[in-house]
Ligand binder design. Structure first.
Ligand code: THU
Length: 136
């Protein structure tokens, strides 16, 4: 298992991988799973702006595509902003899938110039959310 500092360092390293020719705002993420596997991500922009994928979702889709869909333990997120880089609504909804489907709470660790802001689960970020129960 990575230490908090190691996980943060992996997210920070992703700032250099970000493809951000339009916003010039790199974001890095590092998702750790129960078995210690870490999946990193950066934001990847596109000239068709709506096709941009955020750092968090890059990390999450990498994890799922490698067989890690129900064991997300914690995700570190870092941006180059004065405040914390609060995950966008789309990323919150995607992160919440693990708690709604697999009942696996995931800690969210936001790193900024003020230090660390830690959430015990994704539900705190997205109350009253849409989930599979609505489709029954
Ligand atoms: N961005 C992320 O990567 N994660 C977030 O949660 C917030 C926004 C990116 C998307 C875009 O490339 C840039 O930040 C500015 O919106």
């Amino acid at each position: 298992m990575a230490t908090l500092e190691e996980l943060k360092a992996k997210a920070v390293a992703m700032l250099d991988m970000a493809y951000v020719p339009y916003s010039h705002f790199p974001v890095g993420a590092a998702l750790e799973c129960e078995d210690g596997a870490v999946f990193t991500g950066c934001n990847i922009e596109n000239s068709s702006f709506g096709l941009t994928i955020c750092a968090e979702r890059t990390a999450l889709v990498k994890a799922v595509s490698e067989g890690h869909r129900d064991d997300w333990k914690r995700i570190a997120v870092v941006g180059n902003s004065a405040d914390y880089c609060w995950p966008c609504g789309a990323c919150r909804q995607v992160m919440l899938e693990t708690e709604k489907r697999f009942k696996q709470p995931m800690r969210v660790l936001l790193y900024g110039k003020k230090g660390i802001y830690e959430l015990k689960n994704v539900g705190e970020l997205l109350p009253l959310s849409f989930d599979a129960s609505a489709m029954k």
